[in-house]
Ligand binder design. Structure first.
Ligand SMILES: [Ca+2]
Ligand SMILES: [Ca+2]
Ligand SMILES: [Ca+2]
Length: 319
């Protein structure tokens, strides 16, 4: 029994091996067929190449024919467009020539009208010139006859001469009057004669020299009460005038101070100090309270003094 089982197993193995070999052979045959199909013989390759060439030629011809047809169609379109363009140009030229003709006609009509007007105007100018020439001749005659008539009247001549002399005299008198008026005005300006009693006059200004003493602010108020202000020195001559009228050994307040800002000296009328006659070493602003108000002495030199000091003062006002 065991031997039978071993024979049966060997038979089965043999059958299986046989089937595997057959299958392998079949596969190899199929591979050979594929290889023989893929591997072309020279004759087949030539035929295939010829077929490909023929096919390419046919395709090329078809494409060429198609392109030729398209080119001819485009050419026809172009010719048509050119024809239309020519027609439209011809129409435009025709219209333009029509418009030009119309304009020429209108312009020539207007020019003719202007020419006619110019002719009329020139004719009128000629007429006027003729009339003027005639008038000149006639008016000249008339004027000369009138002058002769007037010259014939000897009675009027003395009266006219007298009238002319009177006119000359009147003109001379008016010239004299204007000269006198001018001189009077100059004299009034030079000499001021309206200063009040106790006031001194210089040019067109009146000055008051006080005999009392007051602080600077009180002195300013006193001048204001008199319709004046503390003296403002506008020139060297004015400063000399003030100095000459100070006979005493004392100082007089001027309308000059630096009380608003130390060192910034200003006149009461708001002018900055441009011309000054400070004594040497002044202004020195000495003392506990400083010196913010200016005085002038008989030497004509100035000094800064404490504003609350009692001093004499000078008022100034116009004539
Ligand atoms: Ca003055
Ligand atoms: Ca000062
Ligand atoms: Ca001083």
């Amino acid at each position: 029994m065991a031997r039978d089982d071993g024979a049966d197993g060997a038979c089965e193995n043999w059958e299986l091996t046989k089937d595997a070999l057959l299958e392998d052979r079949t596969r190899r045959k199929a591979s050979k067929r594929v290889l023989s199909f893929l591997t072309l013989s020279p004759q087949r390759a030539v035929v295939l190449l010829a077929l490909l060439l023929a096919l390419s030629f046919v395709l090329l011809m078809a494409l060429t024919i198609g392109n030729i047809q398209r080119v001819s169609a485009v050419r026809e379109e172009l010719e048509r467009a050119q024809l239309q363009d020519k027609q439209s140009q011809a129409t435009a030229w025709h219209n333009l020539s029509k418009v030009q003709h119309t304009l020429d006609t209108q312009l020539s009509a207007e020019l003719r009208a202007i020419h006619r007007r110019l002719l009329n105007v020139s004719q009128e100018v000629e007429d006027v010139q003729q009339k003027m020439a005639q008038c000149r001749a006639e008016c000249g005659k008339e004027l000369s006859s009138r002058v002769q008539a007037l010259e014939g009247r000897d009675v009027l001549r003395p009266a006219l001469q007298q009238l002319e002399e009177l006119r000359k005299e009147q003109s001379h008198i008016s010239t004299l009057l204007s000269t006198v008026l001018e001189e009077t005005q100059n004299l009034t300006e030079m000499f001021c004669t309206r200063c009040p009693a106790g006031w001194q006059q210089f040019a067109k200004t009146c000055y008051y020299f006080s005999t009392e003493k007051k602080s600077w602010i009180e002195a300013r108020a006193a001048c204001s009460m008199l319709g004046a202000q503390l003296a403002i020195v506008n020139s060297e001559l004015e400063n000399k005038f003030l100095a000459n009228h100070i006979m005493e050994i004392r100082a007089f307040w001027l309308g000059l101070s630096d009380m608003h800002r130390e060192g910034d000296w200003q006149w009461l009328d708001g002018q900055a100090l441009s011309l000054s006659f400070w004594r040497s070493g002044e202004p020195n602003n000495v003392g506990q309270h400083g010196e913010d108000c200016a005085t002038v002495s008989s030497s004509g030199l100035w000094n800064d003094v404490t504003c609350t000091n009692p001093e004499a003062w000078i008022c100034e006002r116009s004539c």
